[in-house]
Design a protein. Structure first.
Length: 277
C-alpha cells in the first residue's frame, strides 16, 4: 500500500488534520509543530490527541511527520538564536511524546558565513542536547537545496552530522525531491545512481521519509521553489519511478506542493494510480 499524505495546517489540531487527510485519500500527513513565523506552541489538547489516536488506528494510518518551524537555525553564529532553536526542538519533542512513535523533521540550518565545518559542529552540538535516550520520536535531517549557506545540500554533510551525534538510533533522513534535484542530484536521469550514492555515503537504512515536490527551477538551481507534481522540471515519470523504486516504495511520502486540499487530493489520486503493489 502506498503511504501517502500531504502537508496540512495544524491550527485546528490533530483530529481535524486526520479527518482532512482521510477525506483526500491519505493515510498520513505532515504539519508544522508551530507557526513557522515564530510564536509559542499550543498546549497539548489531551482530548484531541485521544480522538486522533482512535481515528489513526481505525483508518490504518501510518507514521505522521511533524515539521519544525523552518525559521529556527541551530547553527547560527548568534548564541541566542541557537538556544531558541534548541529550546524549540526540545519542547516540540516533549509534546510529540503524546503521539508516540512518529517522526520530526527539521532543516539542519544555515551557517551564514561561519563555514560548513563550523555549521556542522554546531548542528551536532544541538542534536546532542536535544536528543534523549527515552524519546520515541525519530528526528529527521532534511536534505536541502543549498540556498544561501544552507547545510545539508550534500549527502556528505548529512553524514558528517550523523557521525557526530551520540544517539544515532534516534536520527534519520528525509529526502526532499525538489531539494536534492536543486542541489545537483539528478534524480530525473539517474535515480539509481543518486540512491547508490546515498547508500554508499549515508546508508539507505537511514532514509525514513520523502517529501515529494516538483521543482519550479531547472536542475542544480539552489533556489528551493516547489511546484505541483508534473508541472515542474522533475515531471510525473520520475515520481512514478520514485514511489515504485524497490528501495523507496515502502517509505512514507509527503506532498509539499503549492496546493489547497483539492489539489492535494488530485495528486494523491494520481500517485495511487501510478503505484504498483
Ligand atoms: Fe522542510
Ligand atoms: Fe521539504
Ligand atoms: Zn523546500
Amino acid at each position: 500500500m502506498l503511504r501517502i499524505g500531504c502537508h496540512l495546517s495544524a491550527s485546528k489540531g490533530y483530529t481535524n488534520m486526520i479527518k482532512e487527510a482521510i477525506n483526500i485519500g491519505g493515510n498520513t500527513f505532515q504539519f508544522f509543530t508551530r507557526n513557522p513565523r515564530g510564536g509559542k506552541a499550543k498546549d497539548v489538547d489531551v482530548e484531541d490527541v485521544k480522538k486522533f489516536l482512535e481515528l489513526s488506528k481505525e483508518n490504518n494510518f501510518t507514521v505522521i511527520l511533524a515539521h519544525a518551524p523552518y525559521t529556527i537555525n541551530v547553527c547560527s553564529a548568534d548564541e541566542g538564536i541557537r538556544k531558541f532553536g534548541i529550546d524549540t526542538m526540545k519542547d516540540d519533542l516533549e509534546k510529540l511524546e503524546f503521539v508516540p512513535g512518529n517522526m520530526y523533521n527539521f532543516h539542519p540550518g544555515s551557517h551564514v558565513g561561519q563555514g560548513v565545518d563550523r555549521g556542522i559542529e554546531l548542528i551536532i552540538e544541538a542534536l546532542n542536547q536535544v536528543l534523549d535516550e527515552k524519546q520515541s520520536t525519530t528526528v529527521l535531517l532534511e536534505t536541502m537545496a543549498g540556498k544561501g549557506s544552507e547545510i545539508g545540500r550534500t549527502f556528505e554533510e548529512i553524514k558528517m552530522i550523523i557521525d557526530g551525534v551520540k544517539l544515532k538510533n534516534k536520527l534519520g533522513v528525509c529526502m526532499d525531491t525538489c531539494h536534492v534535484y536543486d542541489a545537483g542530484y539528478d534524480i530525473v536521469n539517474d535515480l539509481d545512481g543518486v540512491l547508490e550514492k546515498f547508500d554508499n555515503i549515508i546508508g539507505l537504512d537511514k532514509l525514513k521519509a520523502m517529501h515529494l515536490n516538483d521543482s519550479k527551477n531547472p536542475f542544480e538551481s539552489h533556489k528551493d521553489r516547489h511546484e505541483k507534481i508534473g508541472e515542474g522540471s522533475i515531471g510525473v515519470s520520475t515520481f512514478e519511478k520514485i514511489i515504485n523504486h524497490p528501495s523507496l516504495k515502502k517509505l512514507p511520502f509527503y506532498l509539499e506542493t503549492p496546493n489547497e486540499l483539492d489539489g492535494y487530493e488530485k495528486e494523491i489520486k494520481l500517485l495511487k494510480s501510478l503505484y504498483k503493489e
